[in-house]
Design a protein around this ligand. Structure first.
Ligand code: SAM
Length: 192
């Protein structure tokens, strides 16, 4: 059981999550283009002010969908304000999750967990629910920050995900962050 070491990122500092500097360092298209294709349904879980959401919406196009989900209504409001009056409103679905319940109905192709898992109080319950949302051949991309999250905590999170039925199928290169790709373990085994 992971103890929660960090509180949820406050809405008041959310502008720092959507800066030009961040876009230069963590370009959403560069990071996500190997995984996201036109027509996909993508869940951006813990979307914050939507730094990744808007690029994902453009990548999936009109035939796709993005479910942008966050615990904090203030974060969703920031994203709502950004897309108001644009065509992106048609295919970005804003969704309010609870601290211990994602409550998104299943069948998504790709789930992005960017800098959010360390804020989740029960990672066991979280991954047990997450696996019910993903399509059989879907993928989950989990990225955790370099300093907030130790190597040991990150490895523990991977073990929890393994126990829930995910296996690691990739370790995208990242300068400082910790990142993995998960898929459903069709054999139901535990992997590292
Ligand atoms: C550090 S921010 C990252 C936001 C965004 N993913 C990004 O990279 O710009 C973490 C976000 O996760 C959200 N969050 C934390 N715990 C959550 C949970 N259990 N369910 C949904 N969202 C959660 C927070 O409200 C916050 O907006």
């Amino acid at each position: 059981m992971n103890n929660r070491k960090n509180r949820v990122c406050p809405v008041e500092i959310s502008d720092s999550l959507d800066s030009k500097l961040r876009r230069w360092i963590q370009n959403p298209r560069k990071i996500l283009s190997p995984y996201i294709k036109k027509g996909m349904t993508v869940l951006d879980l813990g979307c914050g002010p939507g730094f990744f959401t808007i690029d994902i919406a453009k990548m999936v196009g009109k035939s796709g969908r993005v479910i942008a989900s966050d615990l904090q209504e203030g974060m969703l409001q920031k994203l709502r304000d950004k897309i108001r009056g644009t065509e992106l409103e048609e295919y970005i679905i804003l969704h309010k999750s609870e601290e211990d319940k994602i409550a998104v109905l299943g069948n998504v192709d790709f789930i992005l967990l960017f800098y959010m898992v360390h804020e989740v109080p029960s990672q066991e319950a979280f991954f047990n629910e997450l696996i019910t949302i993903l399509k059989p051949n879907g993928q989950v991309f989990m990225i955790e920050p370099p300093f907030h999250v130790s190597k040991k905590d990150f490895e523990n999170t991977i073990k929890i995900a393994n126990t829930a039925g995910f296996k690691v199928t990739g370790k995208p290169k990242s300068l400082f962050d910790k990142s993995v790709i998960f898929e459903k373990d069709q054999n139901g085994g535990i992997s590292d």
